[in-house]
Design a protein around this ligand. Structure first.
Ligand code: NDP
Length: 297
């Protein structure tokens, strides 16, 4: 069958497409850019879900931690709309199609949980709005909800931690400073760093597509809970480099602006309680095995 992927051109999307193709799925991408293998968001609104679509995934979203983009009202609007509007378009299209896909998988973030050094968050935690990112995640999850009378399509939301992979995201930004031996923890490094390896987040999306009866929220984080400092030590030692130069919180606040910098200067202790209970197995459950893979060329 065909899997339709909003934002399938991105870091996670590219990896997921390869995994799906290796399992003999056809992949169709929705992108802002028209192209031979792509449909645009405008095409989706006009023509709806392509016939033969077995599952729909949404991974679209303006990169929040782009250091070249200032944290302005306009940029925040892009961050918001690129997630909420794309998800709403897909939800509408699923409601309006006669030939329902059997699964609808969307992503959300661990930013739905309030940073804390004591609370442990599983999927059961009652969410509340406390800042921009928690509001965004709640709206994002709500925009993926299908009405109760749509019984033939399962909706799964994966609350992803920081995705660790060679070709994008956080590792791409950290690789050179760490390789040069000038990497280090952010602030005192005591903040939690909810993380998942790119192979595992892609496999979890596939698991959500393929597991009959599975619906609702899943924490997309590795079972090993670590702090920023523990990540730093593991990544640096996999590269055989020291990691002793801390990046002061004040500099991170200056580069990203405080509201957004919280994503890296603070963290949540998130456990994949339900993800494991429903039977998902990780290839990279611990940070050392993940970092070993990340530094292989
Ligand atoms: P990318 O930054 O690689 O972006 C994914 C795709 O989103 C892009 O390829 C692009 O597709 C589309 N996009 C970008 N900006 C916009 C915009 N303004 N409007 C509409 N579409 C846009 O993201 P990732 O693959 O890293 O992440 C995918 C999703 O997972 C995102 O929503 C992200 O928030 C979420 N997530 C990611 C984490 C991570 O560590 N990477 C952690 C937790 C959640 P195109 O150019 O083809 O239109």
């Amino acid at each position: 069958g065909t899997v339709l992927i909003g934002g399938g051109t991105g870091f996670i999307g590219t990896h997921l497409c390869k995994l799906l193709q290796s399992k003999n799925y056809d992949v169709k991408i929705i992108s802002r850019m028209p192209g031979a293998k792509h449909m645009t968001w405008h095409d989706l609104e006009k023509y709806g879900i392509p016939s033969g679509t077995q599952a729909v995934v949404n991974l679209a979203g303006q990169n929040v931690l782009d250091p070249m983009k200032r944290w302005t009202a306009g940029f925040k609007q892009n961050v918001w709309n690129s997630r909420i509007r794309t998800t709403m378009s897909l939800t509408e299209a699923i409601i309006n199609t006669r030939e329902r896909p059997k699964a609808y998988v969307t992503i959300s973030g661990v930013g739905i949980y309030k940073p804390s050094t004591s609370v442990e968050y599983s999927e059961d935690h009652q969410q509340e709005e406390f800042d921009f990112f928690s509001k965004l995640c709640i709206a994002w999850e709500n925009s993926a909800k299908l009405p109760e009378n749509v019984l033939d399509c399962r909706q799964v939301t994966i609350r992803s931690g920081v995705v660790l992979g060679k070709n994008g995201g956080m590792i791409k930004q950290l690789y050179i400073p760490f390789y040069l031996g000038v990497g280090g923890p952010i602030g005192n490094g005591e903040q939690y760093l909810p993380w998942i390896h790119i192979d595992d987040i892609s496999r979890l999306i596939l698991f959500a597509i393929e597991t009959d009866g599975l619906k609702g929220k899943l924490n997309g984080v590795a079972p090993q809970v670590i702090t920023n400092k523990e990540f730093t030590n593991s990544f640096a030692s996999a590269l055989w480099r020291p990691a002793v130069i801390p990046l002061p919180k004040s500099i991170v606040n200056f580069i990203f602006s405080e509201e957004r910098a919280k994503m890296i200067t603070e963290g949540q202790k998130v456990i994949p309680k339900r993800t494991q209970a429903v039977g998902f197995n990780y290839v990279f459950p611990d940070i050392n095995s993940a970092c070993e893979e990340l530094v292989q060329s």
